[in-house]
Design a protein around this ligand. Structure first.
Ligand SMILES: [Zn+2]
Length: 379
């Protein structure tokens, strides 16, 4: 494959993919060790892979301030959420070792600065709430009090939970180029894919060359469907209902922040790094509870100049099966009433699956329902 094949794809954010990896340095044992939370480890792995390009490390104060206030980095590039490492105190040396959850050093950070931050201010600006019942805000409030900034060099990558789905941005770009794709739409999800989301991925796919199904496999809320069950659902659905030469399934290693609108922007920028020219934004993207308006995650894209993000958002309405239309549809495309539409609440679906009942085929593919029913049975 020629270089030109990957150059047909959208350019990474900032122009080039960052490689945050490097050799294990000498003198590691002497360095102060900084333990990372699961969210920080997710961010570190994305810094390593270039998924957070152009970031080369954890943010300094100037970028942090501009990001939380104006959704841009100091150099003017759009960026929606802080990528910061919280510590208890300023380290003594100018280099520290970053340690994973088993206590093993996996990266070094060359210290640029240590700065303090106001948790409530960050919460209000990034999450639009200071309520500690919000899972992202709760995690922010539990953080250590200072941010440690600096370039990272990752010498040991996290072991992926699903090695066959672990594709870095360079890998997805290669996969797209090998298939001859130029325009690729990314689909983020943290749920099993039922008919509604199958439909909107396919509507999007009709207008581009390929689809990246990119489920988030980083940390989510305890009540989200377990990741191994979801991955089984995705594989089952793709095997039965999508042409293999038009779809790539890969895991998105980010931790959920539940920051709604800002996370939608952040997700879109990350997918641009993976080679997606388009990104699907449904209603309530990355939301939780009722902290965000239904369309906030779509409206926030208007806060950027046309083409400033480069990656093109594709907005979708809530979709459903309509018995009169005899097809999947949305309120944009179907004139019929609620009585003609097959719509089930999440609670109702969980109740059915828990009892071993297969939901209507208009709501979910039977093969996917079987995977979910099996999972409930094992609980
Ligand atoms: Zn209809």
């Amino acid at each position: 494959m020629t270089v030109a094949a990957t150059e047909r794809l959208i350019a990474p954010h900032g122009g080039a993919l960052v490689d945050g990896t490097g050799a294990r340095p000498d003198g590691l044992e002497a360095l102060e060790q900084i333990p990372l939370t699961s969210r920080e480890l997710s961010d570190l792995d994305m810094l390593a892979s270039g998924a957070l390009s152009p970031l080369e490390g954890f943010m300094g104060r100037a970028d942090y301030e501009r990001v939380i206030e104006e959704m841009h980095l100091v150099d003017g590039l759009p960026w929606a959420l802080p990528v910061c490492l919280a510590v208890d105190a300023a380290p003594a040396g100018d280099r520290v070792a970053l340690v994973d959850d088993s206590g093993k050093p996996v990266a070094v950070l060359d210290v640029d600065e240590v700065f303090d931050y106001e948790k409530e201010r960050e919460a209000e600006l990034c999450f639009r709430t200071t309520d500690d019942a919000h899972p992202g805000v709760a995690r922010l409030y539990e953080q250590r009090p200072l941010y440690l900034a600096g370039r990272v060099t990752v010498f040991e990558r996290a072991r992926p939970e699903f090695p066959e789905l672990a594709l870095d941005p360079a890998d997805t770009r290669r996969a797209f180029a090998e298939r001859g794709w130029k325009r690729v739409v990314g689909f983020q999800t943290r749920n099993p894919i039922h008919r509604a989301h199958e439909y909107l991925t396919k509507v999007a796919l009709e207008t581009v060359d390929g689809l990246l199904v990119h489920p988030l496999v980083g940390e989510t809320k305890a009540d989200d469907v377990p990741v191994e069950v979801r991955v089984n659902c995705y594989q089952t659905l793709l095997d039965g209902y999508y042409p293999p030469d038009r779809v790539v399934l890969s895991a998105f290693p980010a931790a959920m922040r539940y920051a709604g609108p800002r996370e939608a922007i952040w997700h879109a920028i990350c997918r641009k790094n993976y080679g997606c020219s388009h990104f699907i934004v449904g209603r309530d993207h990355a939301g939780v509870g009722d902290y965000y308006g239904t369309y906030d995650a779509q409206l926030v894209f208007d806060e950027f100049a046309p083409h400033e993000l480069d990656v093109e958002p594709m907005f979708f309405e809530h979709t459903f099966w309509c018995n009169v239309c005899g097809s999947m549809a949305s309120t944009k495309s179907c004139p019929h009433g609620a009585e003609d539409r097959v719509m089930l609440s999440g609670t109702k679906v969980r109740e059915m699956l828990g009892q071993g009942d297969v939901p209507p085929v208009e709501f979910t593919r039977p093969e996917v329902a079987e995977v979910l029913i099996d999972a409930y049975r094992r609980d």
